[in-house]
Design a protein around this ligand. Structure first.
Ligand code: ACO
Length: 326
């Protein structure tokens, strides 16, 4: 077995829409600023009763249905998220219970927005080891639950949503042709959630100071994003033995339209080949790639044999990319 392939995709987005006009009433911002600086028009948000496992469970059901394999043949679950239902048990274990999968491994993986590609890379190597055949790989977030709604620098950027895929051994020429993941922990303080872990446990003071929400140096993250997405993209293109011209669809992390445009230009991929849904869903972190993939598959924008480039960066800082032949 030389590679793995994706045999099912699914996604789930909460119904409630928060538009830029709604945000104008919450912070000192405008639809015009958000649209031109980020490409975002609206985003989906969960209600108080919904957690990330609920979104991930629904996305997983759709992916498993498309894969058309019995639950008993799913050998394990890997969930990429930085907004788990709780610190423990793992959100993947909650999803396992929700789906009714028994006696298989389930764990979470924290890699910021790169969570899905990290999880796919782990699944890739687990399956290649010969110990597992079919794995459920999920990426999703409820970032609006850790958003500081008084910080206009961050609160306009995020949305909630989840996507999932079922991966298995490939017996033909389709599948993951190349992949990579990377990290630069020295830049961790550019994008982080200060409180709630063992460094700064929850207290009255952390809550009063809003320290359980996202803190970000936006323009520094922007510069790292473009550089790391370019180098990750170039690396997997080269490793797959193809050129930019061979790419049929580019699915980048949906963080900011200007990051997508800049990365596509640096990788010499025409903007018409870039899958963009940031206008509707904003940045769903680990959810962006599997949600975009599922939407592109279900709307027949991806055909058998197409070459897909995935490319992402996130908190950590982390990054990752993959070339997939559909
Ligand atoms: N409305 C109006 N004005 C705003 C807003 C807003 N929502 N947000 C910031 N501004 C202002 C700033 O205060 C600043 O004003 P000043 O010049 O008076 O100080 C001005 O706009 C410019 O701010 P910049 O930060 O320089 O704006 P920039 O063009 O860099 O855009 C942005 C900011 C959108 C955050 C951009 O830097 C970006 O997208 N960065 C990457 C973010 C990202 O992708 N993060 C990944 C996180 S996902 C994860 O892993 C959890």
């Amino acid at each position: 077995m030389s590679r793995i392939k994706i045999i099912g995709t699914g996604s789930y987005l909460p119904e409630k829409i928060l538009t830029n006009l709604d945000l104008e009433k919450i912070v000192d911002t405008t639809d015009e600023w958000i649209s031109t600086r980020t490409g975002i028009k609206e985003r989906r948000i969960t209600d108080e009763n919904t957690a990330v496992s609920d979104l991930m469970t629904e996305a997983s059901k759709k992916a498993i249905e498309m894969a058309n394999i019995p639950l008993s043949e799913i050998d394990g679950i890997i969930a990429g998220t930085i907004t788990p239902d709780m610190m423990f048990p793992a959100t993947a274990c909650i999803i396992q219970k929700n789906l009714g999968i028994k006696n298989k491994f389930a764990f979470d993986l924290s890699a910021g927005c790169s969570g899905f590609i990290y999880a796919l890379e782990v699944a890739n190597n687990f399956i290649k080891s010969g110990n597992y055949k079919n794995l459920l790989v999920i990426g999703g977030e409820t970032l609006t639950k850790i958003t500081n709604w008084s910080d206009r620098n961050t609160c306009v950027l995020f949305g909630d949503g989840a996507g999932a895929v079922v991966v298995t051994e490939s017996s033909d020429d389709s599948g993951v042709l190349s992949s990579m993941i990377g990290a630069a922990g020295e830049y961790g303080d550019l994008l982080y959630q200060p409180a709630g872990g063992s460094r700064m446990p929850a207290s009255k003071e952390t809550i009063e100071k809003n320290l359980h929400t996202v803190v970000m140096q936006g323009s520094e993250v922007f510069q790292h994003a473009v550089r790391s997405m370019q180098s990750a993209g170039e690396e997997v293109i080269k490793a797959a033995g193809i050129t930019s011209d061979d790419i049929d669809i580019f699915i980048p992390h949906q963080a900011n339209i200007r990051i997508l445009q800049s990365t596509a230009k640096r990788l010499k991929i025409p903007i018409e080949k870039v899958y963009i849904n940031i206008d509707k869903y904003a940045n769903t972190s680990a959810g962006t790639l599997p949600i975009a993939l599922d939407q592109a598959v279900r709307s027949n924008e991806i055909k058998k044999g197409d070459i897909i480039l995935f490319d992402v960066f996130g908190a950590g800082l982390t990054w990752g990319a993959a070339i997939v032949r559909w």
